[in-house]
Design a protein. Structure first.
Length: 188
């Protein structure tokens, strides 16, 4: 059993007959009244995100999880296939278990949380940023760096990311996976 003081990002808890992962949280101590914890919980079974408030000291039923490094192999249209880097076993997951499947390219290393009780995968955590090549965008114009104007660009995985006007096809860019936003251009 855990309490509200144990809440952190990535903690998996059993709540309302489902398993939820804490996406974000905020401890609030108002000047008057008891403290509480405001959380955003994501269901690992259907991907639905709910907001919930726990009073301070509330008991939580935490789920024991193990984390393993997996390599993303391929997508067959229905399932995403991953291989465990330690023992080379393979698992397949549906798209609902992934947060940003459109930013994942073959060979990417991800962290998968697995429920210790029944060995079921709970969630897939991608790296904070990924480097992707721009496959299609409008041609860039030199000198267009003074404004914050952006244009849509399609990257090698098929995802669409808004990029600054100076980015051209063939450029490699760093994309923040949590929000799916452009971070910087990568020089080789």
């Amino acid at each position: 059993m855990a309490t509200t003081s144990d809440i952190r990002n990535g903690l998996c808890i059993r709540y309302n007959n489902d398993i939820y992962k804490v996406v974000e949280f905020l401890h609030v101590k108002p000047g008057k009244g008891p403290a509480f914890v405001r959380t955003k919980l994501k269901s690992v079974t259907n991907g639905k995100v709910i907001d919930n408030t726990f009073s301070a000291g509330h008991k939580l039923d935490d789920v024991r999880v193990e984390t393993h490094k997996f390599q993303y192999l391929y997508n067959d249209g229905e399932y995403f296939h991953f291989m465990n880097e330690a023992d080379y076993t393979q698992i397949q997951l549906t798209e609902s278990a992934l947060d940003r499947s459109d930013l994942m390219k073959e060979g990417e290393i991800v962290t998968i949380q697995i429920n210790s009780e029944d060995n079921m995968p709970l969630s897939v955590d991608m790296p904070a940023t990924v480097i992707l090549e721009v496959t299609h965008t409008e041609p860039g114009v030199k000198g267009n760096t003074a404004t914050n104007a952006t244009k849509p660009a399609t990257v090698e995985t098929g995802a669409e990311v808004n990029v600054p006007l100076f980015i051209n096809e063939g450029d490699k860019i760093k994309v923040e996976t949590e929000k799916g936003t452009y971070k910087e251009r990568v020089k080789e």
